[in-house]
Design a protein around this ligand. Structure first.
Ligand SMILES: Nc1nc2c(ncn2[C@@H]2O[C@H](COP(=O)(O)OP(=O)(O)OP(=O)(O)O)[C@@H](O)[C@H]2O)c(=O)[nH]1
Ligand SMILES: [Mg+2]
Length: 321
């Protein structure tokens, strides 16, 4: 395997590049609510109409009703305590309030194990395989040696797609024949990673409708196989969500959560989505943190989720019309 580039040389610049692109990509979807937010926060007085309109605007940005209500209540308390004098002050407090709330949730990927296993699940076409390819590249740049497992044995094309990502990211792929047992693929991949002293193992799975109980059982079986090899495995079970699905994705997540338990979410296709605020509502509604965010189909279009960067991009008022 080629030596990955020294993460110290590249990581900070690339991370910044990512969040700049993230902010740009939100522009398309921002038009609808940024003008409203700008108008609300540009008003002179913290009056009843301001609080009402702020709540409505946050809901329109897909923050969800409970989050919008909580935030407005918190801000009103701040205003009563004379910490806020104007809507402009309130904007600063709003960001700080949301960041504080989001930073309470543990967001680091658990990648220590012998090897650590990351099981990736989700509905059809949400972006699982693409996210795995990008994640492998991200981890390699950090000096890790991920191994991919082609657990989507449903279609031959799915195995080829993962192999292609393995080549692009410079990581190895363990695969069986189409139609074979995903649990057996997972087993072999973990054994291979142990023999080679590499990790984490990232397991792709077939997309499934959350309503298909037989397919949910298949995921439980993969998890059982992993737990027999190591009771602490899988260290991560990530559900991949398409940002365009918006608040309906909460329902999908709930079913996966109940079926196998989730440790985190990867929200994909934030590029061009008008529903970037959905991260706020999903996290408020389900106790599963967003750990990864995807903004495209390129190798560098995935990053660890960063609440501060996310909220800066979401609530940026400059250059908005
Ligand atoms: N614009 C954009 N497209 C993405 C992103 N992530 C994935 N896609 C595209 O979404 C489509 C589906 O991605 P896959 O990775 O194949 O999704 P999957 O969940 O593995 O699909 P199944 O295995 O069929 O369930 C592909 O055309 C990807 O290129 C993203 O962050 N942004
Ligand atoms: Mg796939």
């Amino acid at each position: 395997m080629n030596a990955p580039p020294n993460p110290e040389d590249t990581a900070p610049a690339e991370r910044q590049g990512f969040w700049k692109r993230f902010s740009k990509t939100l522009e398309a979807g921002r038009q609808s609510y940024v003008a409203d937010l700008k108008e609300v926060f540009g008003r002179p007085a913290l009056d009843a109409a301001f609080w009402d309109d702020l709540e409505t605007t946050l809901i329109a940005a897909d923050a969800g009703v409970p989050t919008a209500e909580r935030v407005v209540q918190d801000l009103r308390r701040q205003a009563a305590g004379a910490h806020l004098r104007s809507p402009a002050d309130a904007l600063g407090f709003l960001k700080a309030d949301l960041v504080r709330e989001m930073e309470k949730r543990p967001r680091a990927l658990k990648l220590e194990g012998a090897p650590a296993v990351v099981l990736v699940v989700g509905v059809n076409g949400s972006g699982k395989t693409t996210t795995i390819g990008k994640l492998a590249y991200l981890l390699r740049r950090e000096g890790r040696r991920p191994l991919l497992a082609a657990g989507d044995t449903f279609r031959a094309a799915a195995i080829d797609q993962l192999r292609l990502w393995g080549e692009r990211a410079g990581v190895e792929v363990v695969a069986h024949q189409p139609g074979s047992d995903p649990g057996a693929v997972a087993f072999d991949a973990v054994q291979a990673a142990r023999a080679r002293g590499v990790g984490p193992v990232i397991i792709d799975t077939a997309g499934r409708l959350h309503t298909r109980t037989d397919l949910m059982e298949e995921l439980r079986k993969v998890r059982r196989v992993l737990q027999r090899l190591d009771p602490a495995s899988p260290q991560e079970v990530l559900a991949v969500l398409d940002a365009h699905v918006g608040q309906n994705s909460a329902q999908q997540v709930k079913v996966f959560q109940e079926a196998i338990g989730l440790t985190g979410l990867a929200v994909t296709k934030m590029d061009g989505s008008a529903r970037a605020g959905v991260v706020l509502s999903i996290e408020a509604e389900l106790s599963v943190p967003v750990k990864l965010v995807g903004i495209g189909e390129g190798l560098e279009d995935l990053n660890r989720f960063d609440p501060g960067q996310y909220l800066d991009a979401l609530l940026r008022m400059e250059e908005a019309g």
